[in-house]
Design a protein around this ligand. Structure first.
Ligand code: ZN
Ligand code: ZN
Length: 172
């Protein structure tokens, strides 16, 4: 008995064998995928970690602790930053139609984990990330990345008091 991945890149798992297993049965496996596409708007450098699928009366309970390589934007300079996002999953994929569940396994016995993974990852990558502790960000005037280039925008803005002084000096 092993988990058959129909298509690891979209995380559709054939769980037919688990649906016929007695309540209490569980199946452990490990995700270890490089370069995975979760959805059109979310690609990961990797996704790995242990995953357990357990048969319950109401469906299949998925429990996992997964590490995902997510690329996000530095919130100051917008450069891509590689982060390791850890997601803890404990979610029921219901087979019981009467149950009001967010995720379901339909008659084809396919469990599609992509929507769940996407939702968890989006919640997790919500935090602000910096490319480096002392990121200088973008210049608000000319927009250059101040980590890589220097501009004179700040110097060009002369303090009006000094401007008046300059005028006085010019008169002499
Ligand atoms: Zn930055
Ligand atoms: Zn500038």
């Amino acid at each position: 008995m092993s988990i058959h991945y129909l298509h690891p890149r979209v995380f559709k798992i054939n769980v037919g064998f688990m649906l016929t297993a007695p309540v209490g049965t569980s199946q452990d496996s490990t995700f270890d995928f490089p370069d995975v596409r979760i959805s059109d708007d979310l690609t990961l450098h990797y996704l790995r970690g242990p995953l357990r699928i357990g048969r319950t009366k109401e469906g299949l309970l998925v429990q996992a602790t997964l590490h995902a390589g997510v690329e996000v934007e530095c919130y100051r300079c917008l450069d891509p930053v590689a982060t390791d996002s850890v997601i803890e999953i404990e979610e029921l994929f219901a087979t019981n139609d009467e149950l009001d569940a967010e995720f379901r396994i339909h008659d084809d016995a396919i469990m599609d984990m992509a929507p769940l993974l996407r939702a968890e990852l989006l919640i997790n990558t919500d935090q602000r990330v910096l490319c480096r502790e002392d990121c200088k960000g973008l210049c608000p005037d000319c927009g250059i990345n101040r980590n890589r280039e220097a501009c004179t925008c700040a110097e060009d803005k002369i303090d009006p008091r000094f401007a008046a002084l300059k005028d006085l000096l010019k008169r002499d």
